[in-house]
Design a binder for this molecule. Structure first.
Ligand code: FMN
Length: 596
């Protein structure tokens, strides 16, 4: 028996779901008739609820003086939120409207009584939060019914819940779930305002659907997704037409030809990556600091104890590291990713817990990680890139933390470029001659163990050149990552691939990001188009890496800190290159005479 609705009614249901909007602008002052409001509230009251407990109440507010007091509460919290935002985000937030408490004729508060129905409420005893879930479903019903009635609804959550509860005279056992501003509107926007303003994007539904187990993505009826293969397939060459248009515009800009030097190339590359001239401004920007520990630390390659990795993660999260200072100056956000720190980290805002394992194994004794771990870290890095872009970022910046990770980087660089370990290994955080000699020996032993063929003479550059000899690393980049890499290297490689697939620029920090970029480019040669070398680190392997990748560093200040510091310093340069291409007048538009 077919219980489905007729097609036109199904269409109406899907239409109201698709066209429901959070509305903050364009409210009309007309009052909402009581019968309309009654229908909308009755729809809310038909929501499902845990154990049929119906924990909601609806407080209908029209009094102007009360709404003014409530609007003042929201303004205070919005101000506090704004004060905490990095530069470009703060400017964007300034343009957003986040509440319409006084612009709407009626406000409705949906509350929740967690105690309603008593202790035997079916389904609530293990999960008390199901009471709140039920009230949220009432909000959803209200929101959809309101859309069908032509009423806009805007949800405001910039409140201290108890402060608002006191203003509403809520008894202590009731909590506020939603504050809704309701009124007729001139029109409904086609997409969320946060999307049209560029604040955030809708994630494709395929990212949210998993088959049987988390991580096995795939829409019903479609073949299961191979995330790494899909990622690589999504990376295509830069847009030659946009690059040509950018180069041509640079020549017409009111300045002598070529006078912006390397920044002209940067602007052309940004245009090629975006496929448009001028390219979008690379802001807001987010630094992702990938942190992990390394088994090779046991070989005595660093004077620092391994615990420093976790301690520095805490420092990043507290805002006390150099990368935080530089990011604050450049107006970038800092996100820290635990890819494999050998300690349990407290969950705090700003930390993405993505631990693959508590540190890698010692690569002189066996592979640093399993192939599955390497793939998982790659995919995780790509997903982080994707989530940061969906959250509105238009420039990604690499950061890293991991005691002993310059040793793993040196091994990766040798494996991918054929460089000599003595040439690619540096002194990292600063080590004495004996430790330095040991570090080179460790790299040599690792290479001999995992890539015996790498004892062959140095290979030619161009990873994609058809005749490049391939005694080792390039044929199996995942194998090389697994052999030597840290979880942060693999995640960084995925992060770079993710940026390239989304055609968003990624500014690389020093030798660790460079080693990861070698892996990314070995997997997908066109990924190099998304990469901008923030700086040249003092680590010798970094220069080898940059010349192999054909990337020119933007800053060369002898930095050897890591964390993302060098890349963040280059952020304003990349942004300026894009802005010049966008904002500078051309000879024809400005009426300035060109050179004869
Ligand atoms: C729990 C919750 C709280 C929200 N709080 C606010 C808010 O304080 N201010 C605001 O402007 N929008 C708020 N929104 C609206 C969201 O920004 C909006 O739903 C989202 O951008 C998607 O847009 P759409 O609802 O038009 O599809 C909230 C939405 C939800 C579900």
């Amino acid at each position: 028996m077919n219980n489905s609705y007729p097609q036109d009614q199904r269409d109406a249901i899907y239409r109201v779901i698709a066209e429901r909007r959070d509305v903050r602008r364009g409210f009309r002052p007309d009052p909402v008739p009581a019968d309309v409001l009654g229908r909308v509230l009755a729809a809310a009251h038909q929501a499902p609820s845990v154990g049929f407990s119906q924990p909601w109440d609806f407080i209908v507010i029209t009094d102007r003086a009360r709404r003014e007091r409530i609007a003042a509460l929201a303004r205070r919290h919005a101000g506090e939120f704004a004060a905490d935002l990095p530069g470009a985000r703060a400017r964007a937030f300034d343009q957003l409207k986040i509440e319409s408490i006084l612009d709407t004729p009626v406000n409705i508060v949906v509350s929740c009584d967690r105690t309603r129905g008593g202790r035997h409420t079916l389904g609530r005893h293990v999960q008390p939060q199901t009471a709140e879930f039920s009230s949220v479903l009432a909000v959803a019903n209200l929101w959809l019914a309101a859309r069908a009635e032509g009423l806009g609804v805007g949800w405001v959550s910039f409140f201290d819940e108890r402060e608002l509860a006191a203003e509403l005279g809520l008894p202590a056992h009731l909590e506020v779930i939603a504050y809704l501003c309701v009124g007729y509107v001139t029109s409904f926007a086609a997409e969320p305002e946060l999307q049209s303003s560029g604040w955030a994007r809708r994630r494709p539904v395929s990212w949210a659907v998993h088959a049987e187990e988390f991580g096995h993505r795939g829409m019903p009826g479609e073949a299961p997704v191979d995330p790494l293969a899909d990622l690589i397939a999504a990376i295509t060459p830069p847009d030659a037409e946009a690059m040509a248009a950018a180069a041509e515009r640079q020549d017409r800009m009111t300045k002598p030809r070529g006078s912006l030097g390397v920044l002209e190339d940067v602007s052309v590359r940004l245009a090629g990556l975006a496929g448009s001239c001028p390219p979008p401004l690379p802001e807001p920007a987010c630094v992702a600091v990938f942190a992990a520990d390394h088994g090779v630390h046991a070989q005595g390659v660093s004077p620092w104890p391994q615990e420093v990795t976790a301690q520095m993660v805490a420092n990043f999260l507290a805002g006390g590291a150099v990368v935080n200072a530089f990011a604050a100056q450049a107006g970038a956000e800092v996100t820290v990713v635990d890819m494999g720190v050998a300690a349990d980290l407290e969950p705090v805002p700003g930390l993405l817990p993505r631990k693959i394992a508590r540190g890698t194994a010692d690569f002189t004794e066996g592979p640093a990680m399993t192939r599955d771990q390497a793939v998982a870290a790659l995919v995780t890095g790509a997903e982080i890139a994707r989530d940061l872009v969906a959250a509105g970022n238009r420039c990604l910046v690499t950061g890293d933390m991991g005691i002993a990770n310059t040793t793993a980087s040196a091994a990766l660089i040798c494996a991918f470029t054929g460089a000599d370990p003595a040439e690619a290994t540096g002194r990292g955080t600063g080590i004495d001659a004996a430790t330095y000699a040991r570090k080179i020996d460790v790299v040599c032993r690792g290479l001999a163990r995992h890539l015996p063929a790498s004892a062959a003479p140095a290979r030619t550059p161009a990873p994609d050149s058809p005749d490049s000899p391939d005694p080792s690393g390039l044929a199996d980049p995942v194998g090389v990552l697994a052999a030597f890499g840290g979880f942060e290297h693999a995640a960084l490689a995925g992060f770079i691939l993710g940026a390239a697939a989304l055609r968003v620029p990624v500014i690389l920090d020093g030798v660790i990001a460079g080693a990861a970029a070698l892996a990314a480019v070995a997997l997908a040669p066109d990924a190099v188009a998304a990469c901008f070398a923030g700086h040249r680190s003092a680590e010798p392997g970094h220069a080898v890496t940059l010349s192999y990748l054909g990337l020119r560093p933007l800053v060369d200040l002898g930095l050897r800190l890591g964390e993302g510091t060098g890349a963040v310093l280059a952020l304003p340069l990349v942004q300026s290159a894009a802005r010049a291409l966008r904002d500078v007048a051309t000879f024809d538009s400005a009426g300035v005479a060109d050179k004869l």
